[in-house]
Design a binder for this molecule. Structure first.
Ligand code: NAD
Ligand code: ZN
Length: 248
């Protein structure tokens, strides 16, 4: 049996699929991932959370990067991979889409927000780190581009940051708990487009596997969890999923 057929068979047999995605599912939508050649890290060194908190210059640099790359992310459209995931949800086969992505493309493809677990937050808005107040990017952008003025919270004066999780920042408690529940409940974990090296997110597929679920990985490159998986396809996500789920 070829790999597409194997994936199709696994998807058909599963009753409760947890999809787990990383930046690789969005590269076909034109958003660079982190670790591939030409990815974000070939251009930018990551700014970790403590640096963001303690240095105004780091905050400025972080907003500069945000607004330099934002148009690509906000204008990106879902691709065949996102559409296949939405189809699995629509068919009632997939109860949770756990994602490390912050681009909002699973929702844009039609997955109901209640099924999406955003482990690393969302880059389409900002929040106050003290009181949690939501802040829209358009207003922050306008002020910042006038004189690199840093946003602060109108409610409490706290530091405002995009609603994403940086290295060194605490994981969102509710999202982690929902991801763990999904991992414990599912009978198939389908990983797509993640290098599976960023923890604690990368522990979620392993948890599913150890609780008895099958593990399938679709990724261009090898991952540290390939040896644990029941099926590994080293290929492009869009065409692979389109063939296995029957979307285009
Ligand atoms: P990563 O960059 O570490 O790994 C992406 C993986 O996807 C790589 O192994 C690569 O070989 C593979 N890949 C890329 N395009 C592919 C394709 N078309 N088909 C098949 N495989 C493909 O990404 P990660 O594991 O998600 O890393 C973690 C961090 O990256 C996350 O914290 C996430 O928040 C952040 N991130 C998100 C976005 C986004 O929201 N789109 C973009 C960049 C980074
Ligand atoms: Zn505040």
């Amino acid at each position: 049996m070829n790999d597409y057929r194997k994936l199709k068979t696994l998807l058909e047999a599963a009753r409760d699929i947890m999809v787990f995605t990383g930046a690789g599912i969005s590269t076909e939508s034109g958003i660079p991932d982190f670790r591939s050649p030409g990815g974000i890290w070939s251009k930018y060194r990551p700014i970790d959370f403590s640096e963001f908190m303690t240095s105004e210059e780091a905050r400025r640099e972080s907003w500069r990067r945000k607004f330099a790359t934002d148009t690509v992310m906000l204008q990106a459209e879902p691709n065949a991979g996102h559409r296949a995931v939405a189809r699995l949800v629509e068919l009632g086969k997939c109860s949770a889409v756990v994602t490390q992505n912050v681009d909002g493309l699973h929702a844009k493809a039609g997955v109901p927000q209640a099924r999406i677990v955003e482990l690393h937050g969302n880059a389409t808005y900002a929040t106050c780190l003290d009181c949690g107040q939501r802040h829209e990017l358009a207003a922050i952008r306008e002020k910042f581009q006038r004189g690199e003025e840093l946003p602060d919270c109108v409610q409490c004066g706290g530091i405002v940051k995009t609603a994403t999780i940086s290295f060194g920042q605490a994981m969102p408690v509710v999202a982690m708990a929902r991801a763990q529940e999904a991992a414990e409940r599912c009978d198939l974990c389908l990983v797509m487009g993640s290098s599976l090296v960023v923890y604690p997110a990368a522990a979620i597929p392993l948890l599913a596997k150890r609780r008895g679920a099958q593990l399938a990985i679709v990724n261009r490159e090898a991952t540290p969890q390939d040896d644990e998986a029941d099926l590994v396809i080293h290929g492009e996500i869009g065409p692979t999923l389109a063939a296995a789920v029957g979307v285009n």
